[in-house]
Write a protein that binds this ligand. Sequence first.
Ligand code: ZN
Ligand code: ZN
Length: 230
Amino acid sequence: MMLLCDFHIHTKYSDGSVELRRTIDLFGQAGFDVIAITDHVVNSDNSIGKLAHRFRLSIRENNFDEYISSIRQEAERAIDKYGMLVIPGVEISKNYLSSYKSAHILLIDIKEFIPACWSYEMIFLEAKEQDALIVACHPHHTTDIARDTLFLWNNRDKYAKYIDAWEIANRDDVFNVISLKKYPYIANSDFHKTRHLYSWKTLLNCEKNIESVKNCIRHNKGVAITLFRN
Ligand code: ZN
Ligand code: ZN
């Protein structure tokens, strides 16, 4: 049996509109097997980032531990109540005026805070040190040009070796370039609002624990995508 998974979910800890607990219940009641909570960690080295920090749309070093421990607490409730595995993560969000400079990276099963203003190499090496899964988010042109983050795709020759998987689909967008390059892939909702529950998802043929899930994605064997609809 394939596990129904969503590895890209925001809550009120950053710019999501649904509280963490309510988010867990939504996905649990919808029958999900594995989810990752991945609130934004935004770079604060420019004015866009500074605004995100001022309006608390970013996880910060000083609330990271509280964020992770709330997820772990909810994870216990989720496994008891729904049999659903919940994994703590973040979305490192390097936001710049130019989409060619911008990149978003999921770090799934992160343990220690990693600042978004670090260099790509430092972020990737530290994430590997923590044995977090590294996923390049919405890596190509999307239906919302304002959200485009093209840096990693355009610099894939340099960075692909660090990346465990690429989002081949994000909410309603599908990035066929990922399949043409034969990169490892997953598909996620980029959940910010209740209606985003209905979107592209990942199916995994593996056991329901963090290590098996990370291995399955890294080896990209037994991975499928599905459009989850009401
Ligand atoms: Zn993003
Ligand atoms: Zn996101």
